[in-house]
Design a binder for this molecule. Structure first.
Ligand code: ADP
Length: 450
């Protein structure tokens, strides 16, 4: 990154220096050209209006280099008649010159009285500037001078421009190095101090970037901690039934269990392996819900039908615990994942039965719902069981959190049921969950779809 910024600065500097040199040469060349043309025009006017023209143009003096040098200096004078034939020239033999009628400055002078033109000289490094005036006698008097061409100006200024370029390049490279460092340094510092990003002072343009990075970093750390905790919990939860299976089977293997003990131990092994299976199923399910970011398939689901089927599945459990379960309400359709809806209602009803008192009651209500003029659908599972204290209400949706561990385990709980419910709600953007509970009185959990 540093290298790239540096390189870009350097390229920019080089281009800027070259462009400036070319531009200055062009401006300079333009000034020279205009000044020369003005000189030529003044000079021609003076020649025409004074006797000097007579001296220079008299046939006997044209060939006299001293006279022409005195009057003309570096300026070349040509006289062309109305047919374009050169009558005299201060530099070459007029008779050897080709017809000048088509020369732009001559044509313009015949037409407008005055004419000018610039042409490349035969020697590439020079440009010839021409200024022509129409005389009273119908001839055209042309003055011309050669000036350095732009290429030659550029070439001649090359040593100075080159030296300037080197100096500027060095200054700019030092400056770009310093600038790059000042841009990149806070970012590098932030990268090195990711664990304490609050302490990093950055310039204001970087604040949104740092805020996002900070938030992402916190999320990553939180997720990492959660995963670590989850793995530790999973290992611990799996260890208990496995230890029991291993212990009982070892006793049987060693012949230390006889008669009735064998049956009892086999029963314990069976119970522990069932528990292991439930646990593994729940772990797999929560990992699946964790992994998939977008819901697979949403369809029209009748929550009333789902509730009835869940209660049906749990009827044996309810009977065993002497719990009366009822489902009331109406057909309510929501757009949801059918399997997830079944898991959600099943988990809520299962808890309402398991954390109830002997002879208790569970009421499932499915109906349309309205609040503040907003219409929705609702599934409500209420029980008059043991209830949940205020401080525990905030935590029961955490993975493996149980208020009463032994009760949960003895009733076949894994501590993952409500965590799965929370995940399912999160996967349905229109749904939210509400919990009302009082210790010793009972619990009501409501899922509302807007
Ligand atoms: P578990 O498998 O232990 O039931 P859950 O995640 O389903 O795990 O529930 C977490 C804890 O919340 C339970 O252990 C229990 O203490 C409490 N809980 C859940 N539902 C109820 C309820 N209806 N009444 C009382 N306590 C409940």
């Amino acid at each position: 990154m540093k290298k790239r910024i540096n390189l870009q600065y350097m390229i920019l500097t080089t281009v800027a220096i070259i462009a400036t040199a070319v531009m200055f040469t062009a401006v300079f060349y333009n000034i020279i050209k205009n000044e020369t043309l003005t000189d030529l025009s003044n000079y021609t006017d003076v020649l025409v209006s004074s006797d000097a023209w007579g001296i220079v143009s008299s046939p006997e003096n044209v060939d006299d280099k001293n006279i022409t040098a005195n009057y003309c200096g570096e300026i070349r004078i040509t006289l062309v008649n109305d047919k374009g034939v050169a009558l005299l020239d201060t530099e070459v033999d007029a008779y050897s010159m080709e017809n000048h009628k088509e020369r732009p400055e001559i044509m313009q002078a015949f037409k407008e009285g005055k004419g000018k033109a610039i042409r490349k000289s035969k020697t590439v490094q020079k440009d010839a500037l021409y200024y022509a005036v129409l005389l009273d006698n119908g001839c055209v008097l042309r003055a011309s001078k050669e000036v350095s061409s732009m290429t030659s100006l550029l070439i001649s200024s090359l040593p100075v421009t080159g030296a300037l370029c080197v100096v500027l390049f060095m200054v700019c490279s030092a400056f770009s190095h310093f600038l790059t460092k000042s841009i990149v340094e806070p970012i590098e510092f932030l990268a090195r101090n990711m664990d304490a990003p609050e302490s990093v002072k950055v310039y204001k343009e970087l604040v949104p970037f740092v805020t996002t990075i900070r938030r992402q970093h916190e999320d990553i750390m939180k997720n990492a901690n959660m995963r670590q905790e989850f793995t530790a919990n999973v290992s611990h939860e799996l260890k208990t039934p496995l230890t029991s299976i291993s212990g009982y089977s070892e006793l049987i293997e060693n012949g230390m269990a006889t008669g009735e003990d064998i049956t009892r131990f086999a029963g314990e092994i069976h119970k522990s392996s069932k528990r292991l299976l439930t646990l593994i199923n729940d772990i797999i399910r929560i990992s699946e819900l964790d992994a998939t970011s977008v819901d697979e398939s949403f369809e029209k689901v009748n929550l009333y039908d789902v509730a009835k089927s869940c209660v049906e599945m749990l009827s044996l459990n309810a009977e065993k615990n002497n719990i009366n379960v009822s489902v009331t309400g109406e057909d309510v359709y929501v757009s949801a994942n059918a399997q997830m809806m079944e898991e959600l209602i099943y988990n809520l009803c299962d808890n309402a039965i398991r954390y109830n008192n002997d002879g208790g009651k569970v009421e499932v209500i499915v109906k349309h719902y309205e609040k503040d003029g907003k219409e929705g659908s609702m599934v409500q599972v209420s029980d008059n069981g043991i209830g949940i204290s205020k401080e525990n209400q905030e935590r029961i949706f955490e993975r493996f959190y149980r208020v009463d561990k032994s009760r949960s385990k003895s009733t076949g709980g894994t501590g993952l049921g409500l965590a799965i419910v929370k995940h399912i709600i999160a996967k349905h953007p229109d749904a939210h969950i509400e919990l009302e509970s009082e210790e010793g009185k009972g619990t009501t959990i409501r899922v509302i779809f807007w």
